[in-house]
Design a protein around this ligand. Structure first.
Ligand code: ATP
Length: 420
């Protein structure tokens, strides 16, 4: 929901200090939930609100993702909202064909830290952020980007047009592949036998590594990585010397996840939405936002998939804020913001003068998206032109004229007929 969820394969962990009353529920491999129906297998990831576990559903004999929310009332409230949204999503898509995660079940679990709302979701694979890392931040082939974009747009079209739902936090981390990149991480492909009861032995022994032990091990690994001068499992832009990785054979179908901050189109939940780098101009300026805000985040995500780098990475500078740097970068790439838009938000006066010029960043270096793709990312002229023709309209400063997901799906760049 926020900008800080993580998969279990990444280095940081969720922190011991949140395993307390009102916080996370401590889970051990083999623990059972919902009257014995679900058996925890291993941790998949965590966020500010929850930990997520691979679990075996003994009723249907399939693996599922079990999301266990922290127990304090505010987290309970937020889980209830997420369950309401996820139920609407599943009810409206009986054939499970809309590229949005599916809620299988939900229930309450009482543990030493309180009562936790739990969501059972279909088990999905790695996120698009992990895919980009796996590809060493090189940017995916455009054919693959198109395939992924079609899934995301189908999901967004369903959410926006049929359910009237705004996701509000679309980004590569919140889009999961249907399968894992590494087949040995997939419980079915790897032939993993489900654990049906808690293994013998105490908390600190055997295969059930305690959280403390795990934390110490991770610290040691990180220290060793610092000494050898590189972080494990992150490619980074500076890792170009590494050999290409083959993405052939990886199933690129994906689904939109994390509906903790989603809201109905007519009932915005919060003034400030979206993770910074994917935030739309109308959100920064506090004009009214709606479905087009997700489209902005979609365009930023598509760019990142194709280039391996985020489109906007604003920073605070001398004499200007992160918001102002963000608005300046948008204009340098996309042209001057129309005065009506620049001056039309509740926060416009903080950043723009009455002529629609930024007050504190005066000299902008205008460029264009297709030039950037050619000059910085070595796109061919024709690839850059076609990709920019697809993306630039979605990055319209005016949300009203931004194309919808349905319109994007009809664009020739994404049309399946034009893909070799
Ligand atoms: N259906 C799923 N299948 C597999 N892994 C999942 C699934 N849902 C979530 N995860 C993993 O769990 C992590 C945390 O999930 P999620 O972002 O929904 O939790 P959260 O507590 O709402 O996080 P946030 O801090 O972003 O609000 C994800 O980054 C992902 O790695």
């Amino acid at each position: 929901m926020s900008c800080s969820s993580s998969s279990a394969s990444e280095e940081e962990d969720e922190g011991m200090e949140s395993y307390r009353k009102g916080g996370y529920h401590a889970v051990r491999m083999g623990d059972s939930f919902n009257a014995g129906r679900y058996i925890a297998q291993r941790k998949l990831g965590w966020g500010q609100f929850s930990t997520v576990w691979l679990a075996y559903d003994t009723h249907s004999s399939v693996y599922v993702a079990l999301k266990i929310q922290k127990s304090a009332p505010e987290f309970g409230q937020s889980a209830l909202h997420e369950i309401e949204v996820l139920s609407a999503i599943s009810d409206g898509d009986p054939s499970n064909s809309k590229f949005v995660v599916r809620l299988v079940d939900h229930f309450k679990h009482v543990g030493p830290n309180g009562q936790h709302l739990c969501m059972v979701l279909e088990f999905l694979g790695d996120s698009l952020l992990q895919l980009t890392k796996y590809n060493r931040y090189k940017g995916l082939e455009l054919k693959k980007v198109k395939e992924i974009c079609r899934c995301i747009l189908t999901g967004l079209d369903y959410l926006h047009r049929e359910l009237k739902l705004i996701h509000t936090d679309l980004k590569p981390e919140n889009i999961l592949l249907l399968s894992t990149i590494n087949p040995s991480k997939d419980p079915i492909k790897s032939g993993m036998k489900p654990i049906l009861e808690r293994p013998e032995g105490n908390l600190h022994g055997g295969s059930t590594m305690s959280l403390i032990e795990k934390k110490l091990k991770q610290r040691a690994r990180r220290a060793a990585a610092r000494i050898s001068g590189r972080q494990p499992s992150t490619g980074g832009v500076g890792s170009n010397a590494k050999p290409e990785r083959c993405l052939e054979g990886i199933d690129l179908r994906c689904k939109i996840v994390d509906f903790g901050s989603a809201c109905w189109g007519d009932k915005p939940l919060a003034e400030e939405i979206q993770t910074r780098q994917y935030r739309a101009p109308e959100v920064i300026l506090q004009s009214r936002y709606s479905f087009p805000a997700d489209m902005w985040s979609f365009a930023c995500t598509a760019f990142e998939l194709a280039t391996g780098e985020m489109m906007f990475t604003p920073n605070v500078g001398q004499g200007f804020s992160e918001d102002e740097d963000h608005l300046a970068s948008m204009m340098e790439l996309l042209g001057k913001m129309p005065k009506k838009i620049a001056t039309g938000g509740a926060k416009s006066k903080d950043y723009f003068d009455k002529f629609g010029d930024l007050k504190r960043i005066r000299r902008l270096k205008y460029g264009s998206l297709d030039r950037l793709l050619v000059d910085k990312f070595n796109f061919s002229d024709s690839d850059a032109k076609e990709f920019a023709e697809f993306l630039v309209p979605i990055l319209d400063f005016d949300p009203v004229t931004r194309p919808t997901a349905q319109q994007c799906l009809q664009h020739s760049w994404i049309d399946i007929k034009n893909i070799d």
